[in-house]
Design a protein around this ligand. Structure first.
Ligand code: ZN
Length: 700
């Protein structure tokens, strides 16, 4: 899943990009949270056959389900299924004939008494007739991904204008709102889904459509079959007035299901999918594993996008509909994220929700790999650094372990720790073991665990098998403990001895966070070149002496890694400017600008930042404009106001116009901004329009 960064979130992300990271005070009021274990496997759910029809007025799903099962290990005479907000009409055992089974149902669990004790080798089939009433269920969370499980887009009176669609959202435990099943990622099954709909509608589900026939009553019945096992939360359906745009990768169908009015945007948003499938298949040395790959665009979906097996669902808000470079890059990142899930999440699935980084950190890093391949490292870094700022800016996340068993609710796992921080951890792992070992290890992990589930230890073991090296230290400090290194770095050069001394201290609170073992690269800048030296930090406080023939212009630690750390060092303002100018890496530029923006009353720093607002690269402009704050503007006041006004009106990307508007409002409240806000409240970019209109309202 890719949770959508709504405009407000996006703004916060940008505007607080450089906010100081603070550790939360020690909390004496410790609450014991629920230990969220992997669900015990009592039954193997081998196959599910569903026969579904729909009532649009009541938003009911009429279902007939045939489940093929056998005990996982221990013999049993009972079967417990998740089934939320159903009316159960019939439960029978299909044993040549149809035998009624006794059951009890409390609105969420269907407990069935089998006719006898079954051992682990005895397969049986249970048939259930039911009506699912997803909108009658009590919802635990309406705000993010409300758990109806299946959605009738315009059922809610406030959504009457949305195109009429039905679509499902399984993750985390939504699918039991429309078919009886076993919730959780640990259960994998094959499936066949029969959908009967009014014949003007198109249907989509996982796998391949194996038959489609029109009925005498104006309906049509489509049958979709997926014969490779996949977790129950990855089952999906979509019904609507879709234009189907077809493409292919090798001999497999690649298709896009969109409302007809979105067809002109399909190529720009999804057109690179076959190249992405090819790229991922090659780097993983594991071909795309499913029968086809479809992407459907849904209305009313607030979850961003969801990687249902072979049939990803995107919320329409994720699509770029304005040809804006930033929106297109974000949309491309989401397409790559969901596609990478088809391997990491769908082919190999986290065994339990606490292991969700095995899905989400990989999907985040998959998008990074694609963007780096397609646009170069800068765009990939920009995308990941933007995500990481959400991790740094909220001290709460510092205290969360990526693999985390103390949870109240599995939905808590979908946060910047599982996504960008986890993605950056994978990048550090890649840097440590090298590209060849990294991709070989991923291949091994996929091969060993395909069509099954995995825990973080399976990933470590795959890396250890490939590299021959113990990696407990890496996985323990990064995946199984919270926090990140807080480093203080001091550089000194001894002219007489021709030695560079680098002293590093780990300042994180060691009662809460680990003491890190950190392989570090030093970039040593001299006139004309940048030389690298490797060191490894293992102590809380450590000095490294490097023989170096001349005094460096500047030294920078860990330039090439997207290093999850907070680093402060003793560079002069001139050296920060030098770093910004000479390093090609986004991370270095971002660090330099952040440090310059914190200097009080420094004319050189302020002039430099002002000049960078004319930088031709919109991503760099975006970081610079985000960094501006009261400290960094007093000596360039008039010229900055002029430049920000220009940017608000004419910057080529909407997000920069928006940040410029917000900065003007924050830093120049004494100016008469009414005319500017009024003008931009009529901008052609919808998001700019909304922000300008809100600012205008705040003036009145
Ligand atoms: Zn995801």
């Amino acid at each position: 899943m890719k949770k959508m960064v709504l405009l407000t979130g996006l703004l916060t992300a940008h505007l607080t990009l450089f906010a100081e990271h603070r550790l939360a005070p020690a909390d004496s009021n410790i609450v014991l949270k629920h230990y969220f274990a992997s669900y015990t496997k009592k039954m193997n759910l081998i196959d599910t056959k569903l026969d579904l029809s729909f009532n649009w007025d009541s938003a009911f799903v009429y279902g007939k389900a045939t489940l093929q099962l056998k005990p996982y290990f221990y013999a049993t005479d009972s079967l417990v299924l998740n089934a939320n907000s159903f009316k159960i009409n019939k439960v029978t055992l299909l044993n040549g004939k149809s035998t009624d089974l006794k059951y009890s149902y409390d609105g969420s669990l269907l407990k069935i008494a089998l006719d006898k004790i079954y051992s682990k080798n005895q397969v049986f089939n249970v048939y259930i007739e039911y009506t699912a009433m997803p909108y009658k269920a009590k919802l635990k969370n309406e705000s993010i991904v409300a758990t109806h499980g299946v959605y009738f887009t315009n059922h809610d009176p406030s959504n009457k204008d949305l195109p009429k669609q039905i679509w499902s959202q399984g993750e985390t435990e939504g699918n039991s709102f429309w078919f009886p099943t076993i919730n959780g990622p640990q259960t994998k099954m094959t499936q066949q889904i029969t959908l009967t709909v009014d014949k003007q509608y198109t249907t989509l589900s996982n796998g391949l459509m194996i038959s489609s026939k029109e009925n005498a009553n104006g309906t049509r019945t489509d049958v979709w079959k997926q014969d490779k096992p996949s977790s129950t939360y990855l089952t999906m359906i979509a019904v609507g007035d879709f234009k189907v745009v077809k493409d292919k990768w090798r001999n497999k169908e690649v298709s896009y299901y969109v409302n007809p009015k979105l067809e002109p945007f399909v190529k720009e948003n999804f057109g690179q999918t076959p190249q992405m499938i090819d790229f991922f298949s090659k780097i993983l040395k594991t071909d795309y594993p499913w029968d086809k790959y479809s992407q459907v665009v849904a209305y009313g979906y607030l979850g961003g996008a969801m990687e249902n097996t072979s049939a990803t669902l995107h919320g329409v808000e994720v699509m770029a509909l304005n040809h804006d470079k930033n929106s297109l890059l974000q949309a491309e990142s989401v397409v790559a994220h969901e596609l990478f899930h088809q391997w990491f999440g769908d082919l190999v699935t986290c065994e339990s929700w606490p292991n969700i980084p095995l899905n989400e950190s990989f999907a985040t890093y998959g998008a990074y790999l694609w963007l780096a391949h397609n646009h170069g490292r800068e765009a990939a870094d920009y995308d990941l650094l933007k995500g990481l700022s959400n991790y740094y800016n909220n001290p709460h996340f510092t205290d969360l372990t990526p693999i985390r068993f103390s949870l109240n609710d599995p939905d808590e796992m979908f946060d910047p720790v599982s996504y960008p921080k986890g993605g950056a951890i994978l990048h550090m792992l890649r840097n440590y073991v090298g590209d060849e070992a990294f991709f070989e290890s991923l291949h091994r992990y996929l091969e060993q665990n395909k069509f099954k589930t995995a825990e973080i230890h399976n990933l470590r073991l795959a890396f250890e098998e490939v590299t021959g090296e113990d990696l407990n230290w890496f996985f323990n400090q990064w995946f199984l403990q919270p926090g990140h290194p807080v480093l203080n770095v001091d550089y000194k050069y001894d002219e007489t001895a021709k030695k560079l001394k680098v002293s590093i201290k780990q300042n994180q609170d060691l009662s809460k966070y680990p003491l890190y073992r950190l392989p570090i690269v030093l970039d040593i800048y001299t006139s004309g070149k940048i030389e690298q030296r490797s060191i490894e930090l293992t102590n809380q406080s450590q000095s490294f002496v490097v023989n170096f023939p001349q005094k460096p212009d500047l030294v920078n630690i860990n330039p090439d890694h997207l290093f999850v750390a907070k680093i402060s060092d003793n560079k002069t303002p001139e050296q920060w400017v030098e770093l910004f100018k000479r390093s090609a890496l986004m991370n270095d530029k971002l660090t330099a600008i952040k440090n310059l923006s914190e200097l009080k009353d420094n004319a050189m720093a302020q002039q430099f930042m002002l000049a960078q607002l004319n930088e031709k690269d919109w991503m760099v402009r975006s970081f610079v404009i985000s960094a501006l704050n009261k400290n960094s503007v007093n000596l360039i006041h008039d010229n900055l106001y002029k430049r920000l006004t220009e940017m608000a009106k004419t910057d080529e990307v909407g997000i920069n116009k928006i940040i410029a508007l917000v900065r003007i409002n924050q830093l120049f409240p004494e100016q008469n901004n009414k005319a500017l806000f009024t003008e931009l409240a009529n901008d052609k970019d919808e998001q700019v329009k909304t922000v300008a209109a809100n600012l205008l309202k705040s003036l009145n």
